[in-house]
Design a protein around this ligand. Structure first.
Ligand SMILES: Cc1cc2nc3c(=O)[nH]c(=O)nc-3n(C[C@H](O)[C@H](O)[C@H](O)COP(=O)(O)OP(=O)(O)OC[C@H]3O[C@@H](n4cnc5c(N)ncnc54)[C@H](O)[C@@H]3O)c2cc1C
Length: 391
């Protein structure tokens, strides 16, 4: 049930178009990710060709955001995630997590250099914050860049970087002031656009993933990596603020992906419950089966409505901090419950089939608890926001 009064006719039409595209063009590529662990570069090109990497971007650079970019992005994210989690994460990270800070804070030259190619799927983007000692707390970054003539020299590493093994350009966030120079890390972090060919940059390795198979999550190393001065993103020491500014849009995309993965698992389970017979009847006749699926349908719709509200709040230029974290936190927990219920329904059938879409949606659930800030961190934000209303 994806139709709702909360979507306009135009948005419903977009959903139908993306769904038809994903079924025809992406579904045949799904097993290449899940079974062969092939990075979905071809899928990214196909999505870009349809304009799905340009939802949040200005038409000036080839995008198609005419004021409802976040809503459109959430519809695209949901429908692509329905087919495969790795394909959607690859798109979301390149087009939005990398693309948005560039679009918001990049210089005109930087935007002209990268955005049209990114939107066309000719280049892939990534964003690098996490380090061995830096997870939820971004203020502990150790990677450091110092100015030398008209270049910056970056040393350090980044871990768990989505698209890292295949990205052409990565926005890397690091300190540019030592702790002695600036104790407050929020005033010491700067973003740089690092291209894969820059001397001193290397992809150390890609992690063998236990979910999101086919996606690339890599460890990156910077050894005296030389970055031309004009690759600095926005202003020096404003990196932390840049990261915070994009979070709500990122969370809406992630929340929509949770809905997409879960809807697929639920749809497959619902159908199976009408086909499988035990004790001389269809298993849907057992209330434990049909009530479990009824719960799934309800939670799915609740997650979708939170997501659309968050997306519309962003498009209306209102503060979406609370609703975006609600949508994302609820989405991750809903995904865990719904994909588990779907597995229960298919039972041995899902567990013994490596290619099962239900199993692969289920393996996306832990990924979604962690990427883009853990569910605990979303709840911390929600708690901080709700208490503000008492002040
Ligand atoms: C598949 C995948 C892709 C990723 N892609 C990227 C990427 O593209 N770029 C990038 O920079 N990073 C990426 N990451 C890293 C991701 O953002 C971090 O893993 C995440 O922020 C959590 O950090 P951590 O794993 O170090 O956990 P930690 O921060 O060490 O957390 C450990 C536990 O403590 C809890 N915790 C921590 N602080 C608090 C708190 N204040 N309140 C309550 N609980 C708390 C957490 O919720 C968690 O349960 C990716 C990670 C994964 C798994």
């Amino acid at each position: 049930m994806t139709r709702s009064l909360f979507y306009t006719d135009k948005e419903n039409k977009l959903r139908e178009e993306v769904r038809a595209f994903a079924k025809e063009k992406l579904e045949p590529l799904r097993e290449k990710c899940t079974l062969d662990r092939e990075f979905p570069r071809e899928a990214l090109r196909l999505m870009a060709k349809e304009g799905y990497c340009g939802c949040i971007h200005d038409p000036k650079y080839g995008g198609n955001n005419e004021g409802t970019g976040t809503v459109n992005e959430s519809i695209v994210a949901e429908e692509i995630a329905y087919v495969n989690g790795a394909i959607e994460m690859t798109r979301l990270v390149s087009a939005t997590l990398f693309g948005m800070p560039l679009a918001t804070f990049g210089s005109e030259e930087q935007k002209e250099k990268y955005l049209p190619k990114l939107i066309k799927g000719e280049i892939i983007g990534a964003i690098a914050m996490t380090e061995d000692q830096v997870g939820s707390d971004l203020t502990r970054m150790q990677a450091f860049a110092r100015k030398e003539g008209d270049e910056w020299v970056l040393n350090g590493h980044k871990r768990f970087i989505t698209n890292g093994g295949h990205a052409d350009v990565i926005s890397v966030f690091c300190r540019t002031k030592t702790v002695e120079e600036e104790k407050n890390a929020r005033k010491a972090i700067t973003g740089f656009l690092v291209e894969k060919g820059f001397p001193g940059f290397k992809v150390a390795f890609e992690y063998p993933l236990a979910g999101m198979e086919g996606g690339s999550v890599a460890r990156l190393e910077f050894n005296d990596c030389r970055i031309p001065e004009d690759q600095l993103l926005g202003e020096e020491c404003k990196g932390f603020q840049q990261l915070m500014a994009e979070l709500n849009t990122e969370r809406v995309g992630m929340a929509a992906a949770c809905v997409g993965h879960s809807q697929r698992a639920y749809d497959d389970a619902l159908l199976y419950s009408t086909q499988r017979e035990q004790f001389k009847q269809k298993i849907r006749n057992f209330e434990w089966v049909s009530f479990r699926l009824a719960d799934c349908a309800t939670k799915l719709q609740a997650a979708r409505l939170l997501t659309i509200e968050a997306a519309k709040t962003i498009d209306a230029h209102q503060d979406a901090t609370l609703i975006a974290s609600m949508a994302f936190a609820y989405g991750t927990e809903m995904e865990t419950e719904v994909t588990t219920s779907a597995l229960y329904t298919l039972a041995g059938e899902a567990i013994t089939a490596n290619s099962s879409a239900v199993m692969s949606a289920h393996r996306m659930a832990p990924v979604m608890w962690v990427v883009g800030g853990t569910t605990d961190i979303q709840k911390f934000i929600i708690s901080r926001e709700i208490y503000k209303s008492l002040k």
